[in-house]
Write a protein that binds this ligand. Structure first.
Ligand code: FPP
Length: 261
């Protein structure tokens, strides 16, 4: 094992023994309002078990249920999850169809409980490119849960950061906005995420270190956290570890901190 790996592994062990079972108490110090997650590794999880890839995505839905509950318990205001990217259309037809069906079935099966639990659902992405029954299920779920306050769950489905910017620019031009009226705030107000806080923390599972076109405008100053855990295995402990890592960082937003002058 290398020195760095050794250090990380001993830190990990320390964390396990000293790690608080809840981060809620620390939320006043360095609050995490919004966590965005790139849920990666479903395919590998399935392949390791000699299962079809779709079994990995189904296990991914179970992980998502766990994480939403844990995040709500920890007073995290909002989660955004990357469930289907604009690039995922290029996957084999059987997987794309499976993911579409899984999305629709999950809304149908989980909506009532999510609503009871105070989850406000939002869809981020190009809804108009999805099948009419999915569009309808998404609209119904957003309408039913729109007044819920416990936690926001933004499902990025048929989402791409570049596509989002293209959609924004098209709308800005269609609205006849003049060049001098363009500002960062104005562009933000044309994104799918208008009215939502930017993510404080972006988590990516399965050991990958890429942004993959996820919330590229909104995560300009987010903290990144990568874990080797495959998404279907991700749970409460992993979420708390990510939050704990976030709480140990100093966010500078391009400035110099008073302590470092
Ligand atoms: C990436 O893992 C994961 C996806 C492209 C889909 C994520 C979908 C879910 C977690 C379930 C569906 C969600 C809802 C809301 C119904 P991968 O397939 O690229 O994994 P790999 O890199 O190991 O192949």
């Amino acid at each position: 094992m290398t020195k760095i790996q050794n250090l990380l592994s001993s830190r990990r062990k320390e964390n396990v023994s000293s790690q608080p079972q809840s981060v809620a108490a620390d939320q006043s110090q360095s609050p995490v309002r919004h966590i965005a997650i790139i849920m990666d590794g479903n395919g590998r999880w399935a392949t390791r078990r000699h299962l079809p890839r779709l079994a990995g995505h189904k296990a991914g839905v179970s992980a998502l249920r766990r994480v939403v509950e844990c995040a709500a318990d920890e007073n995290i205001e909002m989660l955004s999850v990357y469930a289907f990217s604009t690039e995922n259309w290029h996957r084999p037809r059987i997987e794309v169809d499976g993911l579409m069906r899984l999305f629709w079935e999950t809304i149908r099966s989980d909506l009532e409980k999510l609503h009871r639990d105070g989850v406000r659902l939002r869809h981020l992405g190009r809804l108009y490119d999805l099948a009419p029954d999915i569009q309808q299920a998404v609209r119904e779920s957003m309408d039913l849960t729109k007044d819920n306050k416990r936690i926001g769950l933004n499902v990025c489905f048929n989402y791409g950061g570049r596509a989002e910017l293209v959609d924004a620019v098209r709308q800005i031009i269609a609205d006849g906005r003049q060049p001098e009226t363009i500002s960062e705030e104005m562009i933000s107000s044309y994104l799918y995420t208008r009215d939502l806080p930017d993510p404080d923390l972006v988590i990516r599972t399965a050991g990958e270190m890429r942004v993959s076109n996820f919330l590229i405008w909104q995560s300009a100053y987010s903290e990144y956290y990568a874990t080797p855990t495959l998404w279907p295995d991700f749970g409460r402990e992993d979420l708390l570890e990510a939050v704990q890592s976030f709480q140990q960082r100093s966010r500078k937003f391009g400035r110099v901190l008073p302590t470092s002058v």
